[in-house]
Design a protein around this ligand. Structure first.
Ligand SMILES: [Fe+2]
Length: 213
């Protein structure tokens, strides 16, 4: 299902010129895919893998995700501050019941959310910008809330990491967050802000995704 987003050009420019971000052009700290990245065969026949993870088309029906809707604005830029046009970006995360969509994860009625897409993809525009609509990530046993992220582009190849929620009390005890060097943490921490009611979102965040030049 296609999303209708307003132009992000000025937002991208404002985001990139924010002093804190302009001065921290560190490449996203890489992390492994983890066990829940859907295998290629699954991804290729995913019935609905657009940038809106909160709606799932099922025949003529549209299912709506449970959880707190989060609008994620992203700008892909390299360490020189150049905006990356045409980067393929995938995000995947568990649903509000902490259930991943993955062939190894059994589907138990009442313990997963059929309205949550699980994985979404988008492509950055000429301003390096793209948007996702998803839910605020939730914790699951052993992990603090996070969103998995994979970027692909001819200029840098492939980069895989995770985004965290800035200030989440679970971060300090998370084995992966603890391994991220202090200087790299800002690049992976989403600053969640309350969204305007009219947006239909509960939260919004803007994230610069810094890739190798
Ligand atoms: Fe995960």
């Amino acid at each position: 299902m296609a999303l209708k987003f307003t132009a992000l050009g000025s937002a991208a420019a404002a985001l990139l010129s924010a002093p804190a971000l302009a001065s921290s052009r560190r490449v996203l700290a890489p992390m492994s895919e983890g066990p829940f990245y859907p295998p290629r065969a699954w991804r290729e026949r995913w019935e609905d893998a657009d940038a809106d993870l909160t709606r799932v088309q099922q025949g003529s029906q549209v299912l709506q995700a449970q959880g707190e809707p989060l609008g994620l604005q992203m700008v892909v830029a390299d360490t020189q501050g150049r905006l990356i046009d045409g980067a393929e970006v995938e995000i995947w995360q568990c649903d509000a019941f902490a259930h991943y969509r993955h062939p190894r994860v059994p589907v138990v009625a009442g313990r997963h959310d059929p309205g949550f897409q699980g994985l979404g993809s988008g492509r950055s525009d000429a301003q390096g910008a793209l948007r996702f609509r998803t839910i605020r990530p939730v914790a699951y046993p052993g992990r603090t809330p996070h969103i998995h992220l994979k970027l692909r582009h001819a200029s840098f190849g492939e980069l895989t990491t995770q985004l965290f929620v800035e200030g989440d009390p679970g971060n300090a005890g998370d084995f992966l967050w603890r391994r991220v060097p202090a200087a790299d943490r800002a690049g992976l921490a989403m600053k969640l802000q309350p969204a305007a009611a009219a947006s239909g979102l509960r939260w919004q965040a803007q994230q610069v995704l810094t890739v190798p030049a």
